[in-house]
Structure formats: C-alpha cells, structure tokens
Design a protein around this ligand. Structure first.
Ligand code: SF4
Length: 700
C-alpha cells in the first residue's frame, strides 16, 4: 500500500466491495478494486469502477445551508449557525406545542453507522419520540421480521464464502446480476468451476440472473408463498428433510407440515402459473443438495405479504436442516451499503440499538440508562410511509430527511408531494441539489459525501468496514454526524460533545457488550490495521464470525428455530380489473443506483439505458396496439407515466416492468415509476407493496 493509496468500501450496494482510492500529486483520484479484499478480490462492477467520477464532479453539490422563511419566499444562503439555530428553534417550539411525536427523522441505508447511531440517540433518547425510520423500511424490513420470528433476532446466518461451498441456490425475487453484480460474479465463477451446481431462479421476468439458471420458475407475481410451500410439501413427501435437525432444533414442524399439505402440487402449480414438473424439479435440486442457499431481495420483501413470503422461504432451510453449516442458509441480500449497520444501531421506528426490543420495558430501560436519559418512549414510532401519512394528515408537523430522496423512491409520489407541502417544517440534508426532495425543504443542509468523511458500514454478510476520510468536502458541506451533534447541542441536550467520530463508534461498540452482536472489542484502530470483521467480535483477539448458529443454538427462548406459518397464502394486493388489467412491477437496472443523484452524473453509465422503458410482453402489446419504441401511457389509480415501450417475451404475460430510478432528470416527472405505485404496506413489516400495482397501458 503506497502513501497515496487509501483503502475503503464502495458506497453503493450491500455487497460491500473493497476499493483502493489513488490520489496523484494534484489530488486527482481514481479507484480500483482491492485485490486483497475478501468480498470482491479486486473485482468491481460498472457502478463501483466509476465512483471517482462521482466524487470528482461537484457541479451538482449543495455547498452551503439555505433557508426560506415561508414557502412563498426564495431560498437565502445562510450560515450554519443561523440554519441550525432555526432548526432547533422550530423543533423546540413544535415539541412544546404538539408533543415529541409531532417531529420525526427519515434517514437512509446509505448513512454510516455512526450517523445512524447518533440520529437514533438524538430521536429516541432525547427528542422523546421513536419517529425515526429509514429507507431500509422499503427494502429489508420484511426480512428483518422473518429472521426475528425464526431465529429470535435479526441475524443473517451466512457469508459470501459459503457461496463457494454450496451446490444449490434458490434465488427468488432478486436479480443479483444487476443489483449485486460482484456477488453474482462469484456465483457465476463457482458454477463455471463446478457445472453440477444447481441454480434455481424465481422471477416473473426472465432477467440476466434467470438466463444463467438451470431452472427458471416464471411465476405469477405474488404467488411465492404457494410455490415455497409446494416445494416444502414435495420435500416432505420425498423424505428429503432433516428429521434430526427438525426434532432437536426447531419448533412447530407439525403445524408447518399440515399447512403445506393443505394445497396439492397441482393446485399450487395452477396458482403460480407454472407446471407440477417444475415444482418437482426445484424440490429435487434442493432435496439432493449438500449445501443449499436461498437468496432474496425486493421481489419477496416489497409486498403486502412480504413477511409471510419470508416465513415460507426460510422454512425451506429449516426442513432441510440447511443452516449453521458450511455452504447453507437463508441469505437476504441488502440493497444499500449500510442497511445492516442501521439495523444494528436500531435505525427503525420499531427497533432499539443492539437488537433490543422497543416493546420490552427492560430493554427500553437499559438503553435509557446507557444514554443517561429518563426513559425511552414506549410508543412505537411511525414507519416510513406512516410518517408521510402523518404529515399529510397534519398529525406530524416536521420531518428531517437525511441522505434519501423520497419524492422519487417512496410509493405514490403525488401523496409524498402532498405530505411535504402540508408539513410545517421540512429539513433536507443531502449532498446533491438534484435530489428532487430538496425542492420541498424549508431548510437545506449540505452534507459531506463518500470519501469526505469517516465512519463504518456493515455489508450483507455482517462485515464491518472502516471508511476513512480521503478528500475535503466542497464548500461548507459537513459530515452528517457533525451536523446532528451540532443540532443536538443547540437543543441543549447533554451527550453529544464528541471529540471524534471514533469516540461515537466506541460508545456504540460498548453498548453491544454481552449481546449477540457484541463488537465491544472492536475499534477504528483494529479496523484500520486488521481489516474488516464480521460480527460478533466478542473478545480482543477474536477475528469475527463468518457463520452463525454452528452450535444449532438459536436466539429464541427455547434456543430452537421456529417454523412460522403465514396467516394467508393469498396475495392481498389490489388485483387487476377491467380498468387496470396489467400488473406493474418495478426494480433496478444494471448501471443506475437509487434515484440517480450519483450514477446519473456519469455519462458512461447511461449507455446501458439512457431513459426508462416499459417492458411489456409481446402479446399484451399486440392486444393494446403497441409497437416496440412507441411512447406509451401507463396509468394507475394514483398517477401516470409516459415512456417508450420495449416489447419482450422476457416479462410474463400480464406483467409490465418499469425501472424505479428516474425522477426529474429528464425534465419531467412523467418518467417516475412511483407516480403509479400503490400505497399498500405489509401490515407486519410495514414494507410497501412496490412489486404489484394494477395499471393500464395504452399508446400515447
Ligand atoms: Fe459497489 Fe455493489 Fe458494485 Fe461491489 S457490487 S462495486 S459494492 S455497487
């Protein structure tokens, strides 16, 4: 490692690839993959390898605080003192008048762990409300419930190194070829080296991931539980289950058996829109595997029945005893770089730090004592979509949005717009003036970006990385954590006078002592000198924990894993009707990230897709008199999108697909997929139903 080289981690997806940033004598930076990094071994995807363009181009950056006194006034440039004094003044007055639940924070899976920790301490410990939620609510909250109910805690059991040890993969509701490219590259190499490895992909679309599969189950959207149960039934019938594991290490198998036996394979196949043979083939591949890994993302989680879908999937690992041993286990792939770190520090409205439970009085008291505050409110906070509902209804008055762009990313954009317009006070803390939500702020705070601040992140496999500061932030932009501590001090709260980010991290690490995510022996010095660690790291010489549950002891009271039974197998989304006969599903494309405030700046990342297109099945296009390349109007009960059509048989009959990235980049909000999406959420995980909105499509 040379002096002008800095090791850090990619700021995009949850794979968490290691990056080496090189600086020349003029401080120009370039990036390359870190060959010594255990995750990517030198590889980077298109997004990662172009990160230096994003870091160098500051033309879109917010450079100083801006404020407007009313919505009819223009923004004025103000000092940090004026900006944060106003924020503190407004928050104090709203809390005095309407109570602490009248304010809230909406943060991001891209925040560093220290930022997440301080935002939570500030909100839950000092402002006196649990109204802090994160855009990870849109991403992983159904998986979090799945893990908690099955294992007793939100614990991803396995590691990427298990990929090379497995011989069967069940990839469902995920397109890692686009969304987790380096992880997928490892899977491709494993299959190339071991052709007998079996890959099953479940997706209504024939994605690049599905093209690589031995078996593609192109199911009707929303039928995942029926499919997973049918596979479970077949495994039981063929005695391809681990009776020993079930008997000694699980609870409620008999309930599960009865549940899956209630639907025949023939019925299941009809409901899912596939054949009985395909179900049998999938069960045979899973049942004959030595190491079986399931991988999933938004196709399962972003659903009105996302929690139940997670139950039905994780149950397949339990009946086969494929957990806590090499090359096996359920593996949710987080979308954002630090969604996992946020969960660790309690970055959701219903969580407390260190996997403690907000509904448990002792846990609340423990956290209050640690932070030296009287109490933590027992009222569950509002979740992401609930906060915007509360702003729209007037129940909540102020929101502070950090590092996320809800005007593009939240379901039903027009409702989000109404909510922000109705709020009495909106703070937007971001790096880019191109984030659409900035336009709705009363106070705009410029934040430091990747490479401009230090902190830590945890990737999908529980791997904690240290990210050093490598370059100066432009203008007056400041690290998010510094802004939050400054605000807390202006609110007259004790407990936010840190001398460094390292001190904040040490405070959080100390809080984990004795827990199942114990990293009390970790610090910046170890992370800098020894590299990344997978939690828990419970002693000073400990090297981290690649795999959980190897002793088959789970975190439930009985130490057994629980079979959870979905209360329904039916999709509770709004189904197609005569007015809206097609199902819209949304997702990512290969070279763009979230709402494009970063990747949208890099011209070479626009060569794959320069604008959004609607994928529509050839037969649906024929019926609707649409030709390839036609501009089409997509309508739902909530809004309209106008884009070009791409005719393909890769998307199932009756289903259309739109990418979720575009906001106002093309000078119109008619490219925004979330104009259309419905407002349903999973009643347990509170995750939105992005993957199933009924729409109509016609030539424009
Ligand atoms: Fe970054 Fe994810 Fe690509 Fe790795 S796979 S380079 S973490 S975007």
């Amino acid at each position: 490692m040379q002096q002008n080289e800095i090791k850090t981690t990619c700021s995009y997806c949850g794979v968490g690839c290691g990056i080496i940033v090189k600086k020349d004598i003029n401080n120009n930076i370039t990036v390359e993959g870190d060959k010594e990094h255990p995750v990517n071994r030198g590889m980077l995807c298109s997004k990662g390898m172009n990160l230096h363009y994003v870091a160098k181009d500051t033309s879109d950056r917010l450079l100083y605080p801006q404020m407007r006194w009313s919505r009819s006034h223009p923004y004025d440039r103000v000092s940090w003192d004026s900006a944060l004094n106003r924020a503190a003044g407004v928050f104090k007055s709203l809390i005095n008048k309407y109570g602490p639940d009248s304010v809230g924070f909406y943060v991001s899976g891209q925040c560093l762990t220290e930022e997440y920790y301080i935002a939570n301490k500030l909100t839950k410990g000092f402002l006196g409300t649990n109204n802090i939620d994160t855009n990870s609510r849109l991403c992983m909250s159904s998986a979090v419930v799945g893990y908690k109910k099955t294992f007793g805690e939100d614990s991803v059991p396995i590691s990427y190194e298990d990929i090379e040890l497995a011989d069967c993969f069940f990839i469902t509701g995920a397109n890692p070829a686009y969304c987790h490219p380096i992880l997928f590259r490892r899977l491709e190499m494993h299959k190339e080296n071991n052709p007998d490895v079996k890959i099953i992909v479940v997706d209504p679309r024939k994605t690049d991931t599905a093209n690589f599969a031995d078996l593609h189950l192109q199911i009707i959207p929303g039928t995942d539980i029926v499919l997973n149960n049918a596979i479970g039934r077949r495994l039981i019938e063929r005695k391809k289950i681990d009776k020993n594991f079930i008997k000694n290490h699980t609870e409620d198998f008999e309930k599960y058996k009865k549940h899956v036996q209630s639907t025949s394979l023939k019925n299941a196949a009809d409901i899912c829109g596939i054949t009985v043979d395909e179900i049998k083939k999938a069960a045979s591949m899973i049942g004959n595997a030595t190491g079986f890994i399931s991988m999933w993302t938004m196709g399962l989680n972003q659903s009105a029945i996302g929690t139940y879908k997670n139950f039905s999937l994780i149950n397949l690992s339990l009946i086969t005893g494929q957990i806590g041993k090499p090359g096996s286990g359920p593996f949710s792939l987080t979308g954002q770089p630090n969604a996992m770190g946020g969960r660790e520090v309690g970055g959701m409205a219903n969580l407390l730090a260190v996997h403690k439970d907000l509904l448990n009085e002792k846990d609340r008291n423990d956290v209050a004592e640690f932070w030296n505050v009287d109490k933590i409110s027992p009222n569950p906070g509002l979740t992401a979509t609930e906060m915007f509902d509360a702003l729209e209804s007037g129940k909540m008055k102020a929101i502070w949005i950090i590092c996320t762009n809800p005007m593009v990313s939240m379901p039903n954009s027009h409702r989000i717009e109404k909510a922000l317009k109705n709020a009495k006070f909106v703070v937007v803390q971001d790096i880019s003036k191109n984030a659409d939500t900035v336009d709705y702020a009363d106070l705009v705070l410029p934040a430091a970006a990747w490479l401009e601040k230090e902190g830590t992140m945890t990737n999908s496999e529980r791997r904690i990385s240290y990210l050093p500061k490598a370059i100066e932030a432009p203008g007056e932009a400041r690290p998010d954590v510094e802004i939050l501590c400054d605000f807390a001090n202006r609110m007259d709260f004790n407990g936010f006078n840190y001398n460094s980010t390292s001190e904040i991290y040490q405070e959080y690490c100390a809080m984990t002592k004795g827990s199942n995510i114990d990293i009390s022996h970790l610090n910046y010095s170890r992370l800098k000198n020894e590299g990344t660690f997978q939690w828990p790291v419970p002693s000073s010489g400990h090297k981290g924990t690649p795999r959980l549950f190897e002793d088959k002891k789970f975190y439930t009271p009985s130490q057994k894993a629980i079979f959870n039974i979905p209360a329904t197998t039916k999709n509770t989304s709004e189904h197609p009707n005569l007015e809206f006969p097609l199902i819209l599903t949304t997702g990512r494309i290969r070279d763009q990230w979230h709402t494009m405030t970063k990747t949208g700046k890099v011209s070479r990342l626009k060569t794959h897709y320069s604008s959004p297109v609607l994928e529509i099945n050839n037969a649906d296009a024929y019926v609707n008199k649409i030709k390839d390349g036609d501009v089409v109007e997509v309508r739902s009960a909530n809004g309209v999108v106008r884009v070009r059509a791409k005719l393909t048989n890769n998307v199932r009959l009756g289903v259309v697909f739109l990418p979720m990235h575009w906001g106002k980049q093309l000078q119109s909000d008619l490219n925004r997929a979330n104009n259309l999406t419905n407002t349903l959420i999973d009643p347990i995980s509170k995750e939105p139903d992005f993957k199933y909105t009924r729409v109509s499509v016609s030539k424009y």
